[in-house]
Design a protein around this ligand. Structure first.
Ligand code: SF4
Ligand code: SF4
Length: 208
């Protein structure tokens, strides 16, 4: 697929980027479903629970999108999430780090399911990826995938076009905003912190 960032130049806010990301995510979800179906894999949650894994997220557009979902929640719901995120961020910073449940997981349910980041959408199924230098990289499925389908199952999910689409979208957003900072954030951090855009850019849009 290609990044769906076409003729949106006239929009001054970041809304075009989050709309485009929603389309990229829809493509990811469809590819994931196809691969899961091909393997006969069903995620019903598990004791390992990948929502306890300390994943880092690296794109501004995912950060904006997550906060867009957050800001759409009722204030009464945001308060407990913010409190859990603050606690989680402290515990994740401990040495050695300990597994901490994502602050968006409540009784096994993702409170921002439609706005969850990329890795939450792709985790679990063995995959392969063609890197920019041409090398091919493979990654395993989760433990429950191995139990259900066997560890020797061949990778079916090609993350390459999905990563490429996200990367293209991120490049374009950063270019338009003049944003050059590196991002390496947990979900807890993304809940706590606003994207560090310039003051002028922040006032342009209302999604966080
Ligand atoms: S994707 Fe795998 S590790 Fe994550 S909850 Fe589902 S079965 Fe468990
Ligand atoms: S954002 Fe949702 S799916 Fe991702 S780790 Fe948190 S609770 Fe789990």
């Amino acid at each position: 697929m290609t990044a769906p960032i076409a003729a949106e130049d006239q929009k001054s806010s970041c809304a075009w980027a989050t709309e485009a990301l929603a389309r990229v995510f829809a493509a990811m979800d469809a590819d994931y479903e196809r691969a899961a179906l091909a393997h006969g894999f069903v995620c019903r949650g598990c004791d390992d629970n990948c929502c306890r894994t300390r994943f880092y997220h690296h794109t501004l557009v995912e950060h904006l999108y997550l906060r867009q979902g957050l800001s759409a929640l009722a204030a009464a719901d945001r308060g407990p999430i913010a409190a859990r995120a603050a606690q989680a961020a402290v515990r994740m910073a401990a040495e050695p780090p300990e597994p901490v449940m994502c602050p968006l997981n409540a009784q096994g349910r993702c409170l921002l399911y439609a706005h969850r980041p990329m890795i939450c959408r792709l985790h679990g199924i063995p995959h392969h990826l063609r890197r920019p230098d041409g090398r091919r990289q493979a990654g395993p499925g989760c433990g429950d995938f191995d139990r259900q389908c066997g560890a020797a199952a061949q990778p079916l999910l090609d993350r390459t076009p999905l990563y490429s689409a996200l990367a293209e979208l991120e490049r374009e957003l950063r270019r338009r905003l003049g944003f050059g900072a590196k991002i390496r954030m947990t979900i807890a951090q993304m809940v706590i912190e606003k994207p560090a855009l310039s003051d002028g850019k922040e006032s342009d849009h209302e999604i966080y």
